[in-house]
Each structure stands twice: as structure tokens, then as C-alpha cells.
Design a binder for this molecule. Structure first.
Ligand code: NI
Length: 160
């Protein structure tokens, strides 16, 4: 396993639509392992392949630090409710902004062994699924932010 370089806003790779994974290869498995390692190292709750410069439909998510989900060719099947809260992205370091997302998401994806599974999430997991799947369409949360994009530091000062 190896850490990969996280691409930052302004890098064109973040605005491109990703391609379906047709088959699991040793190279793709290595990419998934590297994405997990890179996400944990950066203290993120999710990471999408384009964030490490690979235009494949793969995301990794772990909102608790002990429950990783690998989602290959993910699709959202159902959403409901609404949540409004602060969101950040490893590709937009030091920034946060308010985004409204569904409060419940049901998705389907393949795991790292190309086994199909369904995943249901509420609150932070629902938000993470939506945020990461947007990356696969070349979309960043900064284009959905309600109000100003804030510095994480300022926010921490405000909250003490
Ligand atoms: Ni992100």
C-alpha cells in the first residue's frame, strides 16, 4: 500500500466524469487499498478516485473510522428527508460550507471483490455517499454551498 497525492481544487481532473469499472484487476485493488490508506492518513471520511487522479467510478467511505465501505460503480437508489450542515472536502483543504443533502440514502455498489451490495445510510453517512458520488460526476460541494465558503480556522475560533 502507498499514500497517493490528493488533487486540489483547480486541478481539472476533479471536474471530469469518471468511467465504470468493468472488471477488478490487481491494479484496481491496489488503487482501492491506497485510497483507504490515503483517506485515513488525511483524517477524511471519504475519498473518490478522481481525488487521487484516477477517473474511475470508485469511492471509499468510513464515517466512524472502523467501518470502511468500498463502492465500485455506485448508484443511488432512493433518498428521503433533508439535512443542512457543514461539509468539507480533502480536495478543498481548510474550507467548509453549508450544504443541504438528503438525510437518508439507499445505494447499490460493488465491493472490492465485485460483489453487489446495498448500503443504507442516514445523517453523516448519507451526506458522505452523496458527496463522494458527486465527485464521480466531476462535481465539488463548493458549487452547492449555501452562503459563503468559510475557513475551518475561523469556524473553530467562533465556536471557541
Ligand atoms: Ni470531497
Amino acid at each position: 500500500m502507498a499514500l497517493r497525492n490528493i488533487r486540489e481544487i483547480g486541478d481539472g481532473v476533479l471536474n471530469k466524469k469518471c468511467k465504470e469499472v468493468k472488471e477488478m484487476t490487481p491494479r484496481t485493488k491496489e488503487l482501492i487499498e491506497d485510497m483507504l490508506e490515503t483517506m485515513y492518513e488525511a483524517n477524511g471520511v471519504g475519498l473518490a478516485a478522481p481525488q487521487v487522479g484516477v477517473l474511475k467510478r470508485i469511492v471509499v467511505i468510513d464515517v466512524t473510522g472502523e467501518d470502511p465501505y468500498v463502492m465500485v460503480n455506485p448508484r443511488i437508489l432512493e433518498t428521503s428527508g433533508e439535512q443542512t450542515g457543514n461539509e468539507g472536502c480533502l480536495s478543498v483543504p481548510g474550507k467548509t460550507g453549508t450544504v443541504t443533502r438528503p438525510n437518508y440514502v439507499k445505494a447499490v455498489a460493488y465491493d472490492e471483490n465485485m460483489e453487489l451490495y446495498e448500503l443504507e445510510g442516514t445523517e453523516l453517512l448519507a451526506r458522505a455517499i452523496c458527496h463522494e458520488l458527486d465527485h464521480l460526476e466531476g462535481k465539488l460541494y463548493v458549487d452547492m454551498v449555501e452562503g459563503p465558503l468559510m475557513n475551518v480556522e475561523d469556524l473553530e475560533d467562533e465556536e471557541g
